[in-house]
Design a protein around this ligand. Structure first.
Ligand SMILES: C[S@@+](CC[C@H](N)C(=O)[O-])C[C@H]1O[C@@H](n2cnc3c(N)ncnc32)[C@H](O)[C@@H]1O
Length: 271
């Protein structure tokens, strides 16, 4: 279960299939090969598209992951979703031009760091972290939703991350379990990020709204912070709509000087 052994979860045949993999119409040989590679990697069925609709290929699955010449697209009855920089584009411009970013500041991120993003989503924070820690660093991303994990994994392997960024290794799963296993194995990182879903959807990053149908609403709890601190050497960085009464006991304090006031951090618990 630890990061070193991180591997995508495969379908076990006992649960409904959350997604199928298919291609755009009349696919090239390369696109079909890519669909089969993805299906094998994530344990998802591959549906040959031929000339039919995506909805037909999707069948009873909620989502079709469609390999296209422009990259991977997740299509559900509610819309299409793909990996792109979103709000990270502006943040990356700012830090590249010497400005500050709340994640970089809160985590005191520096070249060579190992960062664990325990709520990866579509990887905007991870893109910023990967650039900040540079090619000599490492970023691990854990995402509880399979479709988001597959999209992010494909996205990080594509052209979006800036040259000189750290590689981002994506794993599908519950980061509370991963953190527990890491602590038991004595495995550490420099910084852990927790950016869980806000309870008020209006408070979420606007660019993340489309992804909402896929997200898992794990509540932020003292236990999650404690698990993260048991693995972080320097900092646990947390976002929240507002400070909770238990934040001080969990070691969390607000990062001063941000416009949103939603960034908090606690010291790492590993000496
Ligand atoms: C607000 S989003 C994160 C956005 C991300 N920081 C970004 O910059 O794109 C929260 C994400 O955490 C995921 N999540 C919720 N509970 C989780 C858990 N226990 N383990 C891993 N991921 C989880 C949700 O599915 C969602 O995609």
């Amino acid at each position: 279960m630890t990061l070193a052994g991180a591997a995508p979860r495969t379908g076990d045949g006992t649960r409904p299939v959350p997604a199928v993999v298919t291609t755009s119409k009349s696919p090239s040989y390369a696109l079909r090969a890519e669909a089969h590679r993805l299906g094998a990697r994530w344990g998802l069925p591959v549906v040959e598209r031929h000339r039919g609709s995506v909805a037909a290929a999707r069948g009873s699955a909620a989502t079709a992951l469609v390999c296209t010449s422009e990259g991977l697209v997740a299509e559900s009855a509610r819309g299409r979703l793909s990996f792109h920089q979103g709000t990270a584009a502006k943040r990356l411009r700012t830090v590249r031009h010497g400005g500050t970013d709340p994640l970089v500041r809160a985590g005191e991120l520096r070249p060579g760091d190992r960062v664990l993003d325990a709520t990866l989503g579509l990887g905007r924070d991870a893109l910023v972290a990967a650039w900040a820690v540079g090619a000599g660093g490492q970023v691990f991303g854990i995402e509880a939703d399979l479709v988001l994990a597959v999209l992010a994994d494909a996205g990080f392997a594509g052209p979006v991350p800036r040259p000189g960024s750290a590689p981002v290794r994506v794993r599908h799963g519950d980061s509370r379990q991963v953190l527990t296993a890491m602590a038991a194995a004595g495995e550490h990182v420099d910084v852990v990020l927790l950016d869980p879903m806000f309870t008020d959807p209006r408070a979420s990053d606007h660019g993340f709204a489309l992804a909402r149908e896929h997200t898992v609403p794990t509540p932020l709890t003292p236990t999650w912070i404690e698990l993260a601190r048991a693995v972080a050497r320097r900092r646990v960085v947390v976002t929240a709509e507002r400070a909770r009464p238990w934040f001080a006991d969990a070691g969390l304090e607000r990062l001063e000087g941000t416009r949103s006031g939603r960034w908090f951090r606690a010291p790492g618990g590993v000496s």
